[in-house]
Design a protein around this ligand. Structure first.
Ligand SMILES: *Cc1c(COP(=O)(O)O)cnc(C)c1O
Length: 372
């Protein structure tokens, strides 16, 4: 049967059908904040825009409970660009990379290609798991990924013994998973995932040790393209600016989401929403004979990105096509993973009740597909 001919009853549908893992659901209230904002089309060097940047920086410091001396640095280009920013402005010696999916492998590749850095040390595991770090005295930087968006694996952030800075790609985790700043030096992300805004910016929470590193490389002779220069970004961020023009709408919607989280109780509340959604999704999959969580170890299953394998009796592509025909979108597995899998965004913006409705819709679709 043509899956796109399946019609779900309207009372079974989620209130909002966006379950993508980035870009992800933007709450209507964020768009209202944008419509009400007076800053669109005005200078990013003037107080009204700088006030929004300031509000983002202090809001993130509050949300993460950052200790004294930490700073929020931001710039243009998203997390992918931050990998290049880090190779120019943070890395000095050997970096050890935990590689367990598409995104963690890309940062390692950026470092391997950088002519001014030594060969990175790669510690790898199969998708669906994550490796443990392998601490050594000569490691200058540990590169972790809080949530591997391509596979739905989350890792607990624990500083390896024996020194070395800890850099964390938190692109999909930040705002949806709990972390302890004492275990981390740089926690970087982009706003289009747990922060429900649009793409194009990178933000990095930096410890005093990281700030010192940025300043010392900034004072060195190392060649850094200005647009990727973390020392320039730090100076601009301290003035609530970016080196070049940022997307103002992204900032306004990010600020609205940060303050929505803070107004409801902060990171514990936001992460609790994702945790609730995850319990619904994984609990549902465990009860279906044709579905199972892809990540075998429950302690590594992500609360913000859920990956559910389907058995050969149900094609995930058919389920996704039927969902899309009913206004429920972006449930597809990560393209390069190549599995018969659904991948569900469960960021704080997504209502757990909508995840409950989603799994009900999948049941209805699978019943019809299997009956045909
Ligand atoms: C989405 C994502 C990226 C890439 O982010 P961009 O802003 O598109 O560059 C990097 N790392 C992780 C873990 C991601 O989820």
């Amino acid at each position: 049967m043509d899956p796109t001919s399946i019609r779900l009853p309207s009372n079974a549908l989620p209130a909002d059908g966006r379950f993508g893992c980035g870009p992800s659901k933007v709450r209507p209230e964020q768009l209202e904040a944008l419509a009400a904002s007076q800053i669109m089309g005005t200078s990013h060097r003037k107080a009204p825009v700088k006030n929004v940047v300031s509000s983002v920086r202090t809001g993130l410091s509050d949300l993460f409970g950052l200790p004294d001396g930490w700073e929020i640095v931001l710039g243009n280009g998203g997390s992918t660009v931050f990998w290049d920013v880090a190779t120019f402005g943070l890395l000095n010696g050997i970096s050890q990379h935990l590689v367990f999916g598409e995104f963690s492998s890309k940062f390692a590749a950026a470092v391997a290609a950088a002519p001014h850095l030594p060969e990175p040390d790669i510690v790898e595991s199969a998708p669906g798991d994550h490796p443990a770090p392998n601490p050594a005295a000569d490691i200058d930087v540990y590169a972790f990924t809080h949530n591997e968006t391509s596979t739905g694996v989350a890792m607990e952030l624990v500083r390896p013994s024996g020194g070395g800075m800890v850099l964390v790609d938190a692109t999909s985790a930040a705002g949806g998973l709990i972390w302890d700043p004492n275990q981390v030096d740089v926690y970087y992300f982009a706003p289009q995932k747990s922060f429900a805004s649009d793409g194009g910016l990178w933000l990095a929470a930096c410890s005093p040790a990281a700030v010192e590193r940025i300043e010392s490389i900034g004072a060195s002779q190392r060649w850094r393209p200005a647009s990727l220069d973390l020392a320039i970004a730090l100076t601009n961020s301290r003035a609530d600016q970016t080196y070049n023009t940022p997307a103002l709408a992204t900032l306004v919607m990010l600020d609205a989401q940060i303050h929505w989280m803070l107004d409801h109780g902060g990171l514990d509340w936001a992460a609790g929403r994702s945790q609730h959604s995850a319990q619904i999704l994984y609990g549902w999959a465990a009860e279906r004979e044709w579905a199972s969580p892809f990540v075998a170890d429950p302690s590594k299953r992500s609360n913000v990105v859920g990956t559910i394998d389907l058995d050969e009796s149900v094609l995930a592509d058919d389920v996704c096509a039927a969902l899309r025909a009913n206004g429920i979108v972006d449930t597809d597995s990560y393209r390069k993973l190549g599995r018969n899998q659904l991948r569900i965004g469960m960021f704080p913006a997504i209502d757990p009740a909508d995840v409950e409705a989603l799994v009900g819709c999948i049941d209805l679709i699978v019943d019809q597909l299997r009956a045909s």
